[in-house]
Design a binder for this molecule. Structure first.
Ligand code: WTA
Length: 649
C-alpha cells in the first residue's frame, strides 16, 4: 500500500462553532465518547433504543441475531417503511413540504406529506393491479423527477423490492441488472434533461427489454414529451395509469427483515453485485444518522445533491430525511446549467440549511471560483457535508471558508453502498474536525485499521479499514450470490467486515480513508470496476486485451486510463481510440468513458501471466516505472510503453 501518501495526517483540529454546539443534539466530545463507549459495550441495548425512532406495527422481540456473516436485526418486528416515511408525519406535518423539486428549467413543484401519501398510494395500487406482489423485484430507471422517490415508496408500501438503476447507465448495463434480479416491472420516463439536452431513457429501456423476458410491463412517466416507440399491452403511461386508482392503499405489514431494495454496485469482478438491504435495520440507522450526523431539526431544509440512482440518494434524499419528516430539496439537472451558480441559486431560493454534496463537486466549485456565489444569499446554510471519496484538505478548507463562511461545521461522511448509512463521520456539534479526515466512527460502529492478520496497525501506519461488529443497516447478502458475499466481505480478515478501503488512524484515533485497495475506482464519486471496463473494451472486435487503471484527477478524484493491445491487423489510430471510448460508453454508460486510451503492443505481465496493474498505474500516474519489476515477464513491454508516451507528448 506504499502508493498512498501518508503526509496528510498533520492537520490541526477545528472545534465546532460554539453557537452550533450549544443547540446540537450531541454537543460535546465527552458526550460523544460516552455514547460511543456505551454503544460498543452494549450494542443491543443501544440499537434497541434507536429502534424506537421508527413506528412499529409489532415491536421486535430481539434486537440482534448474529451468525457471522448473517445478521437479523429487530427480530420479530413488523413495520412498513413507506408508512414510516410518509403517513406517520401527516398528523403533525401534513402540510409541510416533503419534497421541494426543481426542474432543470427552473420550474418548482412542492409536494406536502399529504400529497406525497396520495401519490404513493395511487401508484402502489397501480402496481398491485399490474400483478406486482410482495417480494417481486421492480426495476426503476429514471431521471431525477418526483416520480422516482414516489415509485420507491410505493414499492416499499406493497412489499415489492426496488432496484434503482442510475439513469446514466446504458441499455446493456440496465439489461444485466434487470436480468440478475429477474425484475417483473420496469418504471422509466420517456426521457430526462441534462444540460438542456434530452436523454432518451425510453429508447435505452426498450433496447434493454429485448433481452429481459421477465419484465411484463413498463410504466413510463411523460417528462419530455418527445416521441417514443410504444409496445401496446406492455407499455403504460404513468399518468393515465395512476388516475384510475384511489389515493388510499393500506400499507403491507412486513417483517423487519423483509427485503427493501437491491442496489447494484461495482466490485472486483466484471459482474456488478446486487447489494441487498432489508427494512427495519436500514430504516432505523438511516433515521438515526440523519438526526445525528446532520443534526436535523424540524425547520431544516435539507439538500443532498446526489442522484437517487446511487446509495447516497437512497439513504439521504429518500429514506433518512422522509423518515424524519424533513423537507428535502431535489434537483433534476446539472450543477453548471445554465450557469455555474446553479447550486447557490437553488440554495438561496429554498433557504437550504443543510447542504450535502460530493468531494468532486466541492473541487469543481473551487475550480470555478467564488465569484459564482455573488448575488446569492446562502447564509441560511448552517451545516455542510461531503461524501464519496477522500476530500483533500485544500478543498475541505475552501468549502469551510467560502461556502461555510467559517461558521458551518463540515461532516465528511464515510460509508458505502454496502453499509447502507454513514458509519464514520464527525457529529457536527461535538467533534473537532480535521480537514481531510472522516474523523471518528459513529456510536456503535466498531471501525478499525488492521493488517492482513486482523491486528490493529500503529497510528500513522496504513492498513485495511474493517468493521468488527454488525450494524443495523449493513447489507444482508449479495442478491443471488451469498458465496460472493462471504468471500468479498467476510473472509479476508477473520471475523470482520472488509471494506476494501485503505486507511490510517492518527494518534487521536481519527480515521483517514485513503482509497480502495481493490479494482474499484471512483470517478467523480461514481463507483466503477476496472474489470467491468476491461470486459467492455475486450468485447470490441479490434481489441485483444485491455487493462484499466486510475490516475489522479484534480476534479474527478480519479480518471480512467485504458491500456489496450489490438488484434493483429488493426491500426492504432487516434480515431480508434475515440471509437473504443465510445464503445465503453455504449456498453456501460458515459460515466465509464476512459479519459485516455493507450495502445500497447504487449501488456506487462508476471511470469504466471497476470497483468501487472501496479506498473501500469505507476506509468499512468507518473509516466515511468521505479518500483520492483523482478517478477515481470518481459521488461521490454513496460519500456516500450513508457517510451511511446514520451513520443506522443
Ligand atoms: C469511498 C458511497 C473517503 C470509499 C456512499 C468507499 C470515501 C466507497 C468517503 C464507497 C469519504 C465514500 N472519504 N472515501 N468520506 N465516502 N468513500 O458504495 O472508497 O458508492 O469504499 O458509497 O467510496 O462508494 P459507494
Amino acid at each position: 500500500m506504499s502508493e498512498f501518501d501518508p503526509t496528510i495526517l498533520h492537520e490541526a483540529a477545528i472545534p465546532p462553532p460554539e453557537e452550533f454546539s450549544s443547540r446540537a443534539r450531541v454537543s460535546s466530545i465527552t458526550e460523544y465518547d460516552a455514547l460511543h463507549r456505551y454503544a460498543l459495550e452494549k450494542p443491543e441495548e443501544f440499537w434497541g433504543e434507536q429502534g424506537q425512532l421508527i413506528e412499529w406495527i409489532t415491536p421486535p422481540e430481539k434486537t440482534l441475531e448474529w451468525k457471522l456473516p448473517h445478521a437479523q436485526w429487530y427480530v420479530g418486528g413488523k413495520l412498513n417503511v413507506s408508512y414510516n416515511c410518509v403517513d406517520r408525519h401527516i398528523a403533525k406535518h401534513g402540510n409541510k413540504p416533503a419534497l421541494l423539486w426543481e426542474a432543470e428549467d427552473g420550474t418548482a413543484i412542492e409536494f406536502t406529506y399529504c400529497e406525497l401519501r396520495d401519490l404513493v398510494c395511487r401508484f402502489a395500487n397501480a402496481m398491485k393491479d399490474l400483478g406486482v406482489k410482495k417480494g417481486d423485484v421492480v426495476a426503476i430507471y429514471m431521471p431525477m423527477i418526483p416520480e422516482l422517490p414516489i415509485a420507491m415508496l410505493a414499492c416499499a408500501r406493497i412489499g415489492a423490492v426496488h432496484s434503482v438503476v442510475f439513469g446514466g447507465f446504458s441499455a446493456p448495463a440496465l439489461a444485466d441488472r434487470i436480468h440478475d434480479a429477474k425484475c417483473k416491472l420496469l418504471i422509466t420516463a420517456d426521457g430526462g434533461y441534462r444540460r438542456g439536452r434530452v436523454i432518451p431513457l425510453k429508447e435505452s429501456a426498450d433496447e434493454a427489454l429485448k433481452s429481459c423476458p421477465t419484465v411484463k410491463h413498463m410504466v413510463v412517466v411523460k417528462r419530455t414529451g418527445e416521441p417514443v416507440a410504444w409496445q401496446q399491452g406492455r407499455d403504460l403511461w404513468w399518468n393515465e395509469l395512476v388516475d384510475q386508482f384511489p389515493e388510499t392503499c393500506e400499507p403491507e405489514v412486513l417483517d423487519a427483515e423483509h427485503p427493501l431494495f437491491i442496489l447494484y454496485t461495482s466490485g472486483t469482478t466484471g459482474k456488478p453485485k446486487g447489494v441487498l438491504h432489508t427494512s427495519a435495520g436500514y430504516l432505523v440507522q438511516c433515521t438515526w444518522s440523519m438526526q445525528n450526523v446532520f443534526d436535523l431539526r424540524d425547520d431544516d431544509i435539507f439538500w443532498c445533491t446526489a442522484d437517487i440512482g446511487w446509495v447516497t440518494g437512497h439513504s439521504y434524499i429518500v429514506y433518512g430525511p422522509l423518515s424524519n419528516g424533513a423537507s428535502v430539496v431535489m434537483y433534476e439537472g446539472a450543477p453548471d446549467h445554465p450557469k455555474r451558480d446553479r447550486f447557490w441559486r437553488i440554495a438561496d431560493r429554498y433557504n437550504v440549511t443543510i447542504f450535502y454534496s460530493s468531494a468532486t463537486a466541492v473541487r469543481a466549485f473551487m475550480a470555478w471560483g467564488k465569484q459564482w456565489l455573488e448575488g446569492h444569499d446562502i447564509s441560511k446554510i448552517r451545516l455542510l457535508g461531503t461524501v464519496g471519496e477522500p476530500i483533500n484538505p485544500a478543498a475541505w478548507k475552501w468549502y469551510y471558508e467560502v461556502i461555510g463562511r467559517k461558521q458551518c461545521p463540515i461532516v465528511d461522511t464515510w460509508w458505502q453502498t454496502e453499509t447502507g448509512s454513514i458509519l464514520i463521520s464527525p457529529l457536527p456539534g461535538a467533534t473537532p474536525t480535521k480537514p481531510g479526515s472522516a474523523c471518528l466512527p459513529l456510536p456503535g460502529i466498531a471501525a478499525r485499521v488492521v493488517n492482513m492478520q486482523g491486528e490493529p496497525v500503529k497510528p500513522g501506519e496504513t492498513g485495511y479499514l474493517v468493521i468488527e461488529k454488525p450494524w443495523p443497516s449493513m447489507l444482508r447478502t449479495i442478491y443471488g450470490d451469498d458465496e460472493r458475499f462471504r468471500r468479498d466481505y467476510w473472509s479476508r480478515i477473520p471475523g470482520a467486515y472488509f471494506t476494501g478501503d485503505a486507511a490510517q488512524c492518527d494518534k487521536d484515533g481519527y480515521f483517514w480513508v485513503l482509497g480502495r485497495v481493490d479494482d474499484v475506482i471512483k470517478v467523480a464519486g461514481h463507483r466503477l470496476s476496472t474489470m467491468e471496463i476491461e470486459s467492455a473494451l475486450v468485447s470490441h472486435p479490434s481489441v485483444a486485451e485491455a487493462a484499466v487503471v486510475a490516475r489522479p484527477d484534480e476534479i474527478k478524484g480519479e480518471a480512467i486510463v485504458a491500456f489496450v493491445t489490438l488484434r493483429a491487423g488493426q491500426n492504432p489510430t487516434p480515431e480508434l481510440k475515440n471509437h473504443l471510448s465510445d464503445h465503453v460508453s455504449k456498453i456501460i454508460g458515459t460515466i465509464a468513458r476512459p479519459a485516455e486510451v493507450r495502445f500497447a503492443d504487449l501488456l506487462p505481465k508476471t511470469r504466471s501471466g497476470k497483468i501487472m496493474r501496479r506498473l501500469l498505474r505507476e506509468l499512468a500516474q507518473k509516466g515511468g516505472i521505479s518500483g520492483d519489476t523482478t517478477t515481470l515477464e518481459d521488461i521490454g513491454a513496460i519500456e516500450r510503453l513508457a517510451q511511446q508516451k514520451g513520443q506522443e507528448e
